[in-house]
Design a protein around this ligand. Sequence first.
Ligand SMILES: N[C@@H](CCC(=O)N[C@@H](CS)C(=O)NCC(=O)O)C(=O)O
Length: 202
Amino acid sequence: MKIYETKTAPNPRRVRMFLAEKGVKVEFVQVDIQKGENLTPEFKAKNPMGKVPVLELDDGTCISETVAICRYFEELYPKHLLMGRTGVERAQTEMWQRWLEMYFLLPTGMCFQHTTGYFKDRMNPVKEWGEDCGKAAESFFTRLDNHLEDKEFILGDYFSIADITALCTIDFNKVNNIRISPEQKNLKAWYDRVSARPSAKV
Ligand SMILES: N[C@@H](CCC(=O)N[C@@H](CS)C(=O)NCC(=O)O)C(=O)O
């Protein structure tokens, strides 16, 4: 099996970190998304949405969407569960994943794309919309800081894929010049804790 990905992009990093947590090694194939290698007919045959990451199994089956790829590996390697150990944890992990994707990662990506014009060959950047998205992403830093008071991880004492999504999103916000502010002490402590995990080096 192999994973088509882009080293600098946040969603592929979520998968790399998930795999590193599980101790699973997979072959990676780099796709240059800025050059549009993800928009070719060959790539779209693997993922019609033209996005990375894509997992390709040895029989040619392709799985796109970060969480779907992680789900596959969660089923394959259930020893070290990252998507919840109980029904409640699984539901809460999913709730946080959706919040993080919709209200944090998405505006983060939109801020980057609309303020920099990184993909101006394939979309029409609207600077004001990008700036609004930046404000939404920034407010999620505060939300996380409030939530993390007295908590080791997003789901309390359980490290999950939600921590991976939050860390990758915070790190990617460097491109938007949005960083953890000195008064966000809970978030900073959590960030230092999660960044220190070997899996965060990927
Ligand atoms: N919902 C998808 C999002 C995938 C996505 O947006 N990938 C970005 C990189 S992080 C991409 O391929 N962008 C290329 C483009 O939009 O042309 C997932 O979770 O995997």
